[in-house]
Design a protein around this ligand. Structure first.
Ligand code: FE2
Length: 228
């Protein structure tokens, strides 16, 4: 593999994806959390947040970068079978990086507004589409609890139809794999690594409690950008 020289580094503020520019190849870095590891207690323990961010998310970033470098190398050599073989690693690890980067922004400490219900255009859209916020939460909790294995439950918006959706995705598939116009407003990680140390095998309790630290302000900002 050709030697790659670090040239510049910049942060993609809006996306928070920590983009690094290498010579001809963009790779990614772990974004900082917008709060301390223990700031979501007692809803999510500091130990979970630390491991989730420093170990799990970091591993997705590391393996995503590795796969992108291998892809770049394979394309330079015209090695089609390796290009195809790398697609799973790119989807899994790139998806893990995208999803977790959103997830950290979907959470906020209670003293910084975590859990405060949306009262703006998103709040109105939720009432119109689902009947009430409580009805929407119940549906997301039910779908998240029923998801087999590991994955995510999402509140998203179809940016063409201007319509809210609830979806689940398996593994680390991002919401966009369910439709090219779907933008995530709120994604809840239902992998065991997100709750097991505190909630053991009782995923419904984790889902019930996480709403106390949901950052509706962030979800509202994304919604208003997509549905001005
Ligand atoms: Fe996770």
């Amino acid at each position: 593999m050709a030697l790659r020289t670090f040239v510049t580094r910049k942060s993609l503020g809006g996306l928070g994806l920590g983009l690094q520019q290498l010579r001809g190849l963009q790779t990614f870095s772990l974004p900082d959390l917008p709060y301390d590891y223990g700031a979501l207690e007692p809803v999510i323990s500091g130990e979970i947040m630390h491991l989730h961010h420093q170990k799990h998310h970091q591993t997705y970033v590391t393996n995503y970068n590795k796969a992108l470098e291998q892809l770049d190398d394979a394309m330079a050599k015209g090695d089609s079978s390796t290009v195809v073989k790398l697609q799973n690693a790119i989807k899994f690890n790139g998806g893990g990086h995208i999803n977790h980067s959103t997830f950290w922004k979907n959470l906020a400490p209670i003293h910084e507004g975590g859990g405060e219900h949306p009262k703006d255009s998103l709040g109105w859209a939720i009432d119109t589409h689902f009947g009430s916020l409580e009805a929407m939460v119940q549906r997301m909790n039910a779908e998240g609890a029923a998801l087999q294995g590991s994955g995510w439950v999402w509140l998203g918006v179809d940016k063409e139809l201007k319509k809210l959706v609830i979806e689940t995705t398996a593994n680390q598939d991002p919401l966009v794999t369910k439709g090219p116009n779907l933008v995530p407003l709120l994604g809840i990680d239902v992998w065991e690594h997100a709750y097991y140390l505190q909630y053991k095998n009782v995923r419904p309790d984790y889902l019930k409690n996480i709403w106390k630290v949901i950052n509706w302000k962030y979800a509202s900002e994304v919604y208003e950008k997509e549905c001005p």
